[in-house]
Write a protein that binds this ligand. Structure first.
Ligand code: UD1
Length: 344
């Protein structure tokens, strides 16, 4: 069987790592296409190097741009690639513009499409990711859901028949990577923060209030600065390096896991980091009005806050211990490959 994976943004490289291993272990052919949505070495190359992912077979090099421009450039470039490789499955990951573009390209060429991390919903139609994931789910022939909650959403939308719950491949990669790197200096007892979502970065007033609250937290805050945050803060004249805030470059994945594990807590708007914090049993504060990963909130390890509520949430007492495994036990990639084989 020939599987063609399309990835383009940082969280997709993390998800690709265990899937690439599982595809190789099962003896299938795997073609990796990198769209080039993320091109900074710290957002791309280090993930391939550290996680042992084979170099992409094809690199589209599309780079940054508006949503239409970026999505359209990937879509146009994929036609020839998909036709040349004629895979048994096109496998897309998550909810980025790369995901949606590859989904449309595949279905237009009548190539079977599988969506990994299907069924997540924020129900926030202002998020570009919400449209990307809903449209991709409805285009796909096989929906690989990470959780029972995701399966429930897909059933509500009439997609239950095409869904298989495989668990979350981010659990696989985290379990495999934990303990393999040193934390960032200063991580012990600090807060680890990331802010990169458009709804937080692109409104200068909202961004300024988040940054100033982080600067006033009563313990050091290691802020791992995504290029989007850097660009928006510079444009708005917001200084990141004052008070408790210590801006750092984005971390490679093994170092991120080690740093979060050593920290006192996480403040973020990233989807992946909410789960990574939960899996490492580090309390998380999420600067969003909703989350797709509701299990982290229901189990008490994640709090959703608006700017103004960060300080109180980040200093709350440690939540009650839990041994719940809503994101699986680390075999999601194998189950993904088995589901692809079964559905052909
Ligand atoms: C994208 C995803 C988001 C995901 C995130 C992970 C979409 C709609 N969004 O957001 O869901 O959580 O990746 O990081 O697909 N930039 C660089 N270098 C890069 C990449 C981006 O400087 O390598 C800058 C550019 O100024 C660019 C901006 O960041 O315009 C935004 O990049 P983009 O890939 O469009 O979205 P992300 O914010 O990274």
């Amino acid at each position: 069987m020939k599987i063609l994976s399309v990835v383009g943004a940082r969280p997709q490289f993390v998800k690709l790592a265990p899937v690439a291993d599982a595809i190789a272990a099962a003896g299938h052919e795997h073609v990796i296409v990198h769209t080039g949505q993320h091109y900074d070495p710290l957002l791309s190359d280090v993930f391939f190097d550290d996680l042992g992912i084979p170099a992409p077979d094809v690199h589209l090099g599309v780079g940054s741009g508006g949503h239409g421009q970026q999505t359209g450039a990937i879509l146009a470039a994929l036609d020839d690639v998909l036709l040349a490789h004629a895979p048994d499955w096109v496998l897309v990951y998550g909810d980025t513009n790369s995901t949606l573009a590859a989904a449309i390209a595949a279905v237009k060429l009548h190539l079977p499409l599988a969506h990994l991390e299907a069924g997540l919903r924020s129900f926030n139609r202002a998020m570009p990711e919400e449209h990307n994931r809903v449209l991709t789910d409805h285009a796909a022939d096989l929906l690989l859901a990470p959780t029972e909650v995701a399966l429930g959403h897909l059933r509500e939308e009439g997609l239950g028949e095409r869904t298989v719950v495989v668990g979350d491949v981010m659990t696989d990669v985290l379990y495999r990577t934990r303990g393999t790197a040193e934390p960032e200096p200063g991580a012990e007892g600090a807060i680890v923060a990331t802010i990169h979502r458009a709804e937080n970065t692109d409104d200068p007033v909202r961004l300024a209030s988040i940054v100033s609250e982080l600067q006033r937290l009563g313990r050091p805050v290691l802020l791992l600065v995504h290029p989007r945050l850097r660009a928006k803060a510079d444009a708005a004249g917001i200084e990141l390096g004052a008070g408790a805030l210590e801006p750092r470059d984005p971390l490679a994945y093994p170092a991120l896991v080690a740093t979060v594990a050593a920290s006192q807590g996480v403040v973020t708007d990233s989807g992946g980091l909410q789960k990574e914090a939960f899996l490492l049993r580090v309390p998380c504060t999420t600067v969003r009005t909703e989350t797709e990963w509701t299990e982290t909130v229901d189990l008490g390890w994640n709090l959703l806050v608006e700017p103004g509520g960060i300080a109180a949430a980040a200093s709350r007492p440690r939540p009650a211990a839990t041994d719940a495994t809503p994101y699986g036990t680390g075999d999601a990639a194998e189950r993904t490959v088995a589901a692809l084989v079964r559905a052909r």
